[in-house]
Write a protein that binds this ligand. Structure first.
Ligand code: 4AD
Ligand code: MG
Length: 477
């Protein structure tokens, strides 16, 4: 017999029909009530076992975590808490779960404990809800770009260029690690490596996306990116997913408009399509925050916060204005910042970003026109000769969620910049070609997908919104 999902059965469509459902036991009460879940929805399906005499052997096998196939009639529920339930006629045990060793028992587990069990943590309500929202968000992202006539472009994962120029890359090589071939100077000879040159895992698909934008007009990438930065924070991963739109003929203002419209659209999508999971995550967050001091609690419940972001304009502020605000701020004057702000040109730390968003403006903020010295080489130089057309979007509770810019489209200016930074022109030959043949104003940005999922789910640690996190000293699973 064909099986039906818990989600579909709970919708009540199959009332009084005989149905089959597969899933895992969440709880088994009074030797009579099985709460079954198959991941299709947050809610469990109650299966009532009313056998005259439940086979002792079968009874023993029904425990939290076991995989079952249940056949029975879907009826209106007698009890409270659910509208329908199954009157069980037959139970087939796909696989048992020994209560002595199965770690996901029906009680509260800490997120830290569950991180060690990342292969099983998806069986908790919290992780199942987070991962369903993550899946919905990625669908919404593709849908947004599709509806706005973007082409989905697959950037290479192995690359010879360092797009961000930060040098935080993972090397890709097939050379013998113990005994690599050497050049006459005694350096590792990458001419003998697989690709005949030094290659790394990409930190961003932007440079290649620019080539595609200069032909297809509007493109976006959505793929994994890798950074070997040794940041053990709740906002950094060594492997994370990034969405990078790139648009020919867009200037920085159009880029900011796109980023804001895009983020609002995908947040609206989950508000409409993930309400059960969001309501659950909102309750989870409220519970968690009860144990925190007042000052650390969020000001709005999760769903209200998402609506607030979807409905209000992001505040657009230049770097220079932001520095003035920070310089004159209370925490700066009282020396509360770990990195005090005294001069124009300082790089903003997450404490500063969060002050601007959470304390000063109390809404998402787009900072633009940063000092050239603290930003990547490809950003377009302003007429003042010292700032570039960069933009970062800062979110409450998250800090930077988007980094983007208008790109330098003038060959001479770009060449000067590259020379000043000591980057080898030859490595960027194809990127420079884009400035020689039909160059034009263009812009784009990168949205850190996990930071978006953090925001949308109200979770506090980026390790809890990606299936199998990669962080320093951790690549289990
Ligand atoms: O600001 P970033 O470094 O910008 C770029 O890579 C540009 N090439 C993007 C572009 O213009 N096409 O990174 C973009 C975003 C950040 O704002 C942040 O959300 C996320 O990527 N991000 C990380 N997320 C998780 N872990 C990390 N280690 C991250 N580093 C950046
Ligand atoms: Mg950035």
């Amino acid at each position: 017999m064909k099986s039906t999902s818990v989600k579909e059965l709970l919708s009540g469509k199959h009332l009084l029909q005989e149905v089959t459902v597969n899933g895992w036991v969440k709880t088994f009460r009074s030797k009579r009530f099985i709460a079954l879940n198959d991941g299709s929805t947050l809610n469990n399906l109650q299966c009532v076992v009313d056998f005259e005499e439940l086979d002792e052997n079968l009874l023993k096998q029904i425990a939290t975590g076991a995989a079952l196939k249940i056949t029975g009639t879907l009826v209106e529920s007698q009890g409270r808490g659910q509208s329908v339930e199954i009157q069980t006629k037959d139970i087939y045990v796909h696989g048992t779960a020994d209560p002595e060793t199965y770690p996901i028992q029906p009680k509260k587990h800490s997120l830290e404990f569950l991180r060690e069990k990342a292969h099983l943590r998806i069986r908790t309500n919290t992780f199942a809800a987070v991962m369903r929202v993550r899946s919905a968000l990625s669908f919404a992202i593709h849908q947004y770009f599709r509806q706005n006539d973007f082409n989905y472009f697959h950037a290479p994962i192995i690359t010879g260029s360092d797009a961000e120029g930060a040098g935080e890359m993972f090397r890709v090589t097939t050379l013998d690690q113990k005994n690599p071939p050497l050049t006459e100077e005694g350096d590792v000879n990458h001419k003998e490596d697989f690709f005949g040159k030094e290659t790394n895992l990409t930190v961003s698909g932007q440079l290649e996306a620019e080539a595609y934008a200069m032909a297809l007009g509007k493109v976006y990438t959505f793929g994994p990116t890798f950074r070997a930065e040794n940041s053990n924070t709740s906002r950094h991963l060594a492997e994370f997913w990034m969405i990078e739109p790139e648009v020919a003929f867009n200037d920085l203002d159009a880029n900011m408009d796109l980023a804001e419209d895009f983020i609002k659209d995908v947040i609206n999508y989950v508000l409409t399509n993930c309400s059960e999971d969001l309501e659950f995550l909102e309750k989870r967050l409220l519970d968690e925050e009860k144990s925190k001091p007042q000052a650390e609690r969020s000001e709005m419940p999760l769903i209200e916060k998402l609506k607030f972001v979807a409905e209000n304009n992001f505040k657009r502020v230049s770097y220079t204005e932001a520095i003035d605000i920070l310089r004159n701020s209370k925490p700066n004057k009282k020396k509360k910042f770990k990195y005090p702000i005294d001069a124009w040109g300082a790089d903003l730390q997450s404490e500063h970003e969060r002050y601007l968003v959470e304390k000063h403006f109390k809404c998402p903020v787009i900072l633009f026109d940063y000092p050239a010295d603290i930003k990547a080489f490809y950003m377009r130089l302003n007429e003042d000769g010292k700032t570039v057309r960069a933009m970062d979007i800062l979110f409450p509770g998250i800090g930077e969620i988007v980094g983007g810019s208008q790109r330098e489209e003038r060959l001479d200016v770009l060449l000067e910049k590259i020379a000043a930074l000591g980057i080898d022109e030859k490595e960027l030959w194809w990127y420079l070609d884009l400035r020689k043949f039909g160059s034009a104003v263009h812009s784009g940005f990168g949205l850190g997908f996990e930071r978006l999922v953090l925001f949308a789910t109200g979770m506090g640690n980026i390790r809890d919104v990606i299936p199998f996190p990669r962080t320093p000293q951790n690549a289990e699973f």
